[in-house]
Design a protein around this ligand. Structure first.
Ligand code: URP
Ligand code: ZN
Ligand code: ZN
Length: 496
């Protein structure tokens, strides 16, 4: 009997990373990639990938799993269904949130989320934190300790009653992140504008789901995006603006990037494949599409596409925030016909994120295969401190791989998906290209329609400090860059 050189060889496929596309085999040992070459020796197990694309497993850096929402509903997926759904769509690493509610200790929140994940995930996961109560204790003690323990990114909100931070609090959080080297993700919508519009719309009897998109105006997103960038500039900290939906906010991001700020931006499937018209569907059906920011119009969709092509966007995440439709704990927590401001915000997307962008982006030539890999796998891993372990196919990295049939035509329907929802917003969308086999650390977890990953095999990942979050070292307001003097006592730093 021939001795196997590898535990597994993926043979004869086309391997694509963010940088290159190469025809070669992939040799895997002990869960890691150990060889990339043509004609590798035998593996104990072999996968014939002729005619297939061999891509890094997706890194979905924005998803809400088993998270009680600030509005009272609980997301429908736990770590079992959520991670299975991700794996079946070619994703091998998820970064959901450990969400602090006001008054809670961040450390206790993190312990709670570990309990939610334990024994359930089929793929690896890390956690972002959500900071909604930035007390001195949280910023001075808990956050620094948690960052050292591998929770190196956190999200803050400029809207939602229970989560929003005022500008002073945002500055406090950004300054703490700067001290520790963490990445801050910002939900940028102007709370007062939304509240003011909501009050008037509902007062005028315009409470149907479609008016959610009116209340969450693109101008409110633009203003908050501008403000978040301004606050980040004052603290000299790179930030990441999440779920950007519209041209207006993109203009702020593009302008800031053009003037040399280090700034990152994310968009999501709902801004490419849904529009505000979906919120105007028959009866209460529009509730299925309520998310924040909301999907906009076709012109904005086109701008988001251009942003993916041109580099305004760095990452493409799902913002999977799943609430069942026909469920008193989901979209109908306040009944069928509830006013739009009482409908749980969020749409699912873990499983369709990659196939939909692959089909409409790579399949049509709008983005290259390498750009697709960068947006969905490599950049998120880099931005959140998981690279090079995750996010690429490289010697030494985890063998987290999705093998794609680029010709497979799939009509997306509720029944074929593996999340715990009772609908998909993308019912009837036809895509070409689907991940047929997914490997997590060299173990096949999804193959030819069968879920093979054992719940509990997924491991928690400690994130490194992301290099992308390093300050530029710019002198901030009032200090001349050319003088070389650096005096920023408001950051606790002072140098000459
Ligand atoms: O509507 C959305 N996006 N819900 C999820 C929570 C968030 O703000 O990302
Ligand atoms: Zn958000
Ligand atoms: Zn979200």
């Amino acid at each position: 009997m021939t001795q196997a050189d590898y535990d597994l060889v993926i043979r004869g496929g086309t391997v694509a990373t963010a940088a290159d596309t190469v025809a070669c085999d992939v040799g895997i040992r002990d869960g890691r990639v150990v060889a990339l070459a043509e004609g590798l020796g035998p593996g104990a197990q072999e996968i014939d990938a002729a005619g297939k694309l061999v891509l890094p497993g997706g890194v979905d850096s924005h998803c809400h799993i088993d998270q009680p929402s600030s509005m009272g509903a609980t997301t429908a997926d736990d770590f079992r269904s959520g991670s299975i759904s991700a794996a079946c769509g070619g994703t091998t690493c998820i970064i959901p949130f450990a969400a602090q509610h006001r008054g809670q200790s961040l450390r206790a929140v993190v312990e709670d989320y570990h309990g939610r994940a334990r024994g359930k995930a089929v793929i690896d996961y890390a956690f972002h934190l959500i900071v909604s109560d930035p007390t001195e204790q949280v910023l001075g003690q808990e956050l620094p300790a948690l960052i050292k323990d591998g929770y190196t990114s956190f999200k803050i909100y400029m809207t939602y009653d229970a989560l929003k931070l005022g500008d002073r609090q945002v500055l406090d959080v950004l300054a703490a992140a700067r001290r520790e080297g963490a990445m801050v993700m910002v939900h940028a919508e102007n709370h007062d504008v939304i509240a003011w519009l909501t009050e008037r719309l509902i007062g005028a009897g315009r409470s149907a789901p479609q008016f959610h998109a009116v209340a969450h105006a693109a101008q409110a997103e633009r203003e908050a995006t501008h403000r978040a960038i301004t606050l980040a500039e004052i603290v000299d900290l790179p930030i990441l603006i999440v779920h950007v939906s519209a041209r207006a906010a993109m203009e702020e991001i593009r302008a800031a990037k053009a003037r040399g700020l280090r700034l990152y931006a994310e968009t999501c499937p709902q801004y490419l494949f849904l529009t505000a018209a979906d919120l105007d569907r028959e009866g209460f059906e529009g509730a299925k599409y309520v998310c924040s920011p909301p999907p906009r119009d076709a012109a904005n969709q086109e701008h988001v596409w251009r942003g993916l092509e041109s580099g305004v966007f760095d990452v493409f995440s799902s913002d999977h925030a799943p609430y069942r439709y026909d469920d008193p704990e989901g979209k109908q927590m306040h009944g069928k016909g509830a006013p739009f401001n009482r409908i749980a915000n969020g749409v699912p997307g873990l499983e369709i994120r990659l196939p939909m962008l692959f089909s409409a982006g790579v399949g049509t030539g709008r983005i290259s295969l390498n750009r697709f890999v960068d947006l969905c796998c490599t950049r998120p891993a880099k931005l959140y401190g998981l690279y090079p372990r995750k996010g690429s196919i490289a010697v030494g990295g985890d063998a987290d791989i999705a093998i794609w049939d680029p010709e497979r035509r799939v009509t997306i329907s509720r029944d074929m998906l593996h999340d715990n929802l009772d609908y998909t917003p993308y019912e009837g969308h036809v895509v070409t290209g689907w991940p047929v086999t997914t490997l997590s650390r060299g173990t096949v977890v999804w193959d030819d329609g069968a879920v093979l990953g054992e719940p509990g095999r997924g491991e928690f990942l400690r994130c490194d400090l992301p290099a992308a979050a390093h300050p530029l070292g710019r002198r901030v307001h009032g200090f001349a860059p050319e003088s070389g003097d650096y005096d920023a006592p408001w950051l606790g730093e002072s140098e000459t």
